[in-house]
Design a protein. Structure first.
Length: 234
């Protein structure tokens, strides 16, 4: 049994080695889950790291990157426009910044308020969204309370320009991640009665991605296990 708060094992020294180790870890967990690793997208979360690290990861074959702060993400997206990577916005998002984030992010993982959904509406183009599910009793953690999932999903499904991909969640600190991810999987079954195509599950971070894969994760959001420790936020 692993807990999210357990220290991570020592990390290999280079980004290339760390990426290779995570790729092996993903393949190993997928094999244990009798799933194809090709059905699992690893998003490398590069928040607080410089654009140069994104370039290095891109050269190693990474195409999906995650960011959690609009200011920082928009600067990086502009710097790296020549690479045209897929940007995933994974942090809490204010409605007033939603349209700006939509300019560079192809996927938003943290949609959790009706005002935010309304701000994302568009008649021009589509943005992919995940509904974030709150697995704690603390509303400040972000995410929709599980018992509000159906009504919130109805709002998303009724909004033009927004394509619902599935659910996103963060395992609560101190909880057993596998059990938390099993709750998300069960919520996903409820969601699919309303939205049969919303099959994706964005869950699993550096410390718990193997558990997430065992519970059906399709999108991992992995930072430090690949990037190394984050510099202090600027
Ligand atoms: C930072 C972040 C991650 C990555 O966390 P690590 O523990 O460094 O892998 C994943 N998801 C979200 C929402 C984050 O903010």
């Amino acid at each position: 049994m692993t807990f999210a708060a357990d220290p991570l094992p020592p990390q290999p020294p280079t980004v290339a080695d760390r990426l290779a180790e995570v790729r092996l870890g993903v393949a190993d967990a997928a094999a244990r889950a009798v799933r194809s690793a090709d059905d699992i997208t690893t998003i490398v979360v590069t928040k607080f790291h410089p654009a140069s690290l994104v370039r290095e990861l891109h050269a190693l074959g990474v195409r999906d990157f995650g960011e959690s702060r609009h200011q920082e993400a928009s600067v990086k997206a502009a710097d790296l426009a020549d690479l045209d990577p897929t940007w995933h916005f994974v942090g809490q998002l204010q409605s007033k910044k939603a349209r700006a984030v939509r300019e560079y992010a192809r996927v938003l993982h943290s949609v959790d308020r009706e005002s935010l959904v309304d701000a994302l509406a568009s008649e021009k183009d589509l943005v992919d969204v995940f509904i974030q599910l709150n697995l704690t009793d603390d509303p400040a953690r972000g995410g929709v309370a599980p018992d509000a999932l159906e009504s919130f999903a109805d709002r998303v499904l009724g909004t033009s320009g927004v394509r619902l991909r599935g659910l996103m969640a963060v395992a609560p600190l101190g909880a057993e991640p596998r059990a938390a991810f099993a709750d998300v999987r069960r919520a996903s079954e409820r969601l699919r009665t309303l939205a049969p195509d919303a099959v994706a599950l964005s869950m699993g971070m550096s410390a718990d991605y193997a558990d997430a894969i065992l519970e059906g994760a399709t999108h991992l959001r992995i930072g430090t296990a690949i990037t190394g420790n984050r510099p202090n936020p600027g």
